[in-house]
Design a protein around this ligand. Structure first.
Ligand SMILES: [Zn+2]
Length: 260
């Protein structure tokens, strides 16, 4: 988790302390030209503290920020930890805002999957095939998170070599979708993910991978239909009625720090 530690150290030096509850101002106008924003805009990849110890925001802060920037929902995808349904229900009622649950599962090889319909705590490091079996048994949905993270900088400019490395870590046939837009990735790594998704006819999601409030909503998943429960979100994912889109301008630090 060296990359995560890197973020943490950097953010401690430069970002607003999380105890300040005021909204971080947007650096530029929200992006997203070409996206049909009549549809449902959800940040599908968000980390909150304490369930994700490397996050600098609470769930309340994440939700308030998501509402403030005009998202229609937020999905907590903590590192290997699941939100309890009753806790999410309390937050839904408190904020009057759609909140969903997934888990970002770390696997052997350092790759990570966003899983839906499998709200469990993961306490040991699984192989890809083991998680894949669990997701299938649960009739869940598995998204390969930031698939090009960890691929060396000198390889990422070669799309064939980079995709061979990326696909070599998994069984692409067992993946339901790719995270095409990750708010912490450099553009080139997101571009590669979008390209390989098109090549394999896979749908792409977007998520900020936010660990601070200023990152919420940088990349989003746009759904075609209204959803308000985890089950409805899962149904829409399985039906393939979603796409990835950029939304909120990213802060400069993300660009510099993403992907060492
Ligand atoms: Zn993440």
């Amino acid at each position: 988790m060296a990359a995560t530690l890197g973020y943490g150290l950097y953010l401690r030096r430069t970002s607003e302390p999380v105890t300040t509850r005021r909204m971080v101002p947007l650096p530029r106008k929200p992006q997203g030209a070409g996206t049909d924003f009549q549809k449902l805009k959800i940040d599908l990849h968000v980390h909150t503290n304490p369930l994700s110890p490397d996050s600098f925001m609470t769930a309340d802060e994440a939700i308030e920020t998501a509402k403030g920037i005009g998202l229609d929902g937020i999905c907590f995808t903590e590192h290997d930890r699941a939100w309890q349904l009753h806790a999410v229900q309390l937050l839904r009622e408190k904020h009057g805002f759609p909140i969903f649950r997934g888990v970002e599962v770390m696997l052997w090889g350092g790759i990570e999957m966003l899983v839906f319909g499998l709200n469990l705590d993961f306490t040991s490091l699984l192989q890809f095939r083991d998680l894949s079996k669990m997701v299938t048994a649960a009739k869940g949905f598995m998204i390969y998170a930031h698939p090009y993270r960890g691929i060396p900088e000198f390889t990422i400019n070669d799309p064939v070599a980079a995709s061979e490395i990326m696909i070599g870590k998994i069984d692409i046939a067992s993946i339901d979708a790719l995270e095409g837009l990750n708010g912490r990735n450099k553009d080139i790594r997101n571009q590669r993910a979008l390209e390989v998704a098109a090549q394999y006819n896979l749908k792409t999601t977007g998520g900020s991978d936010a660990h601070t409030v200023s990152e919420i909503g940088t990349c989003i998943t746009v759904l075609s239909r209204k959803v308000s429960t985890d089950e409805e979100l899962l149904d829409e994912l399985k039906a393939g009625r979603f796409t990835s889109a950029p939304f909120r301008a990213r802060q400069r630090w993300s660009w510099r720090e993403a992907q060492k």
